[in-house]
Write a protein that binds this ligand. Structure first.
Ligand code: ASP
Length: 416
């Protein structure tokens, strides 16, 4: 018994002092503080601040490492646990794909018209060879952080990577060690939950990364990028608003629900999506709102809100496509038609694979960038605004689920 108590204490040491104070501040508050401190540090240190960009690279590397495993576990879990079948299930994929394509088209159009990244004048990053030439101890350390969670296991000699992974899972599983595992489903859930625990740890260091990135950008390049980032935020908000308008029009003409009824009935879910930045956490609220407040049939509510929610992340798709174009514009890289099509394709996959949890879109974004040959080094810039845009796109993800449910419910109201 005593043993147990002392071990538990090791797992969750009581925090005191400044750290516990820092942790009580919500994530967005911590990021804003980091942003302000980053600007000050950048102004004070000038070009010397460039080394501070390393934590940002580290966070990105870790997010990227988590992506394949997270996508795998999320999709397997969805297929294992959701009820598939019935006539509605045939219409569902068609509706989901159409909505996602509309979202990406809106995103690409807005980004092409407004050109938020134009004029940022960033130089493309140095090639790999140059980077290795200037490698310092920190860069060497970074080299050992696994690029993919499963990579080092199949790669002879990458012992340090294996140790990283072992420590991460060991820590994540500490509080779960007594948990009984009865079925394959339990095992998968445990795997998914451990990944999410690890993701939360990475998110905890995001403010530090933001501080470093902002300081190094302000110190070396001034404020030009932030102007571009401001235009990017406005462009994404515009894109998401157009997507919301599209949903309302579709609902108006494709179902018995009026846009007003949908907004009034779904208000709780939308507010919750914005405040938690998690469509999965919002799922029960979305379902209840559709069934009880809007008055949809049980089956259509569950198809859209429970099944659709796992695959349908239109807000995320729109965002990923816009982000890719934005960074391409910032470094003056012209994306060919073929590359833009690749953006569409990978954004669809990335949005389907994004779990409905905070920052999941940022995790899968590395995949979109890599597929079209965009340098992932610039994703950290997006960290500075992602906490806000994540909330907005989550609300649109949830609104997309509501839209699908209404369309599945058809033009005939259920009899009460
Ligand atoms: N946070 C989003 C959601 O829960 C996913 C994302 O990061 O785009 O729907």
């Amino acid at each position: 018994m005593d043993d147990q108590t002392s071990e538990n204490q090791i797992a969750t040491p009581p925090r005191q002092g400044p750290i516990s104070g820092w942790e009580t501040i919500p994530l967005y508050g911590r990021i804003v503080i980091a942003l302000v401190l980053g600007v000050i540090a950048g102004l004070m240190l000038g070009t010397q601040a460039s080394v501070l960009a390393i934590p940002g690279k580290l966070v990105l590397r870790l997010l990227g490492a988590l992506a394949p495993a997270l996508i795998l576990a999320a999709i397997v879990h969805t297929f294992m646990t959701t009820q598939l079948g019935g006539p509605l299930a045939v219409r569902l994929p068609r509706l989901l794909l159409l909505n996602t394509l509309v979202a990406i088209t809106i995103g690409l159009t807005v980004a092409n018209v407004i050109q938020p990244g134009q004029g940022a004048g960033l130089t493309p990053p140095p090639s790999h060879e140059e980077t290795t030439k200037t490698a310092n101890p920190l860069a060497l350390f970074l080299e050992n952080v696994p690029k993919s969670l499963l990579g080092p296991l199949g790669d002879d000699g990458k012992v340090i990577g294996v140790i990283f992974i072992a420590v991460a899972f060991g820590m994540a599983l500490r509080k779960e060690r007594e948990r009984p595992i009865g079925t394959v489903g339990h095992l998968l859930e445990l795997f998914l939950e451990s990944l999410i625990t690890i993701l939360h740890w990475i998110i905890a260091v995001v403010p530090l990364a933001v501080f470093g990135i902002v300081a190094s950008i302000v110190g070396t390049e001034g404020f030009v990028q932030f102007k571009a980032l401001g235009v990017f935020v406005v462009s994404v908000l515009l894109g998401l608003t157009i997507q919301a308008a599209y949903y309302l029009v579709r609902v108006r003409f494709g179902s018995w629900v009026s846009p007003g009824q949908l907004l009034r009935g779904g208000r709780d879910a939308l507010v919750m999506a914005f405040s938690t930045a998690s469509s999965t956490a919002t799922m029960p609220v979305t379902y209840a709102a559709l069934k009880d407040r809007v008055g949809l049939r049980e089956q259509s509510a569950s198809m859209g809100a429970l099944v659709g929610a796992n695959f349908n992340n239109d807000g995320t798709a729109l965002y990923e496509a816009m982000a890719a174009l934005f960074v391409a514009q910032m470094i003056g890289m012209d994306l060919s038609l073929q590359q833009q099509l690749m953006v569409v394709l990978t954004s669809i996959i990335a949005s389907v694979g994004a779990a409905g949890i905070p920052e999941a879109g940022l995790v899968t974004m590395t995949m979109v960038f890599t597929a079209v040959g965009l340098p992932v080094q610039y994703i950290p810039i997006l960290l500075t605004v992602d906490w806000f845009l994540d909330r907005c796109r989550t609300a649109i993800n949830v609104m997309g689920d509501m839209n699908v449910s209404c369309l599945l419910d058809g033009k005939q109201r259920r009899e009460t």
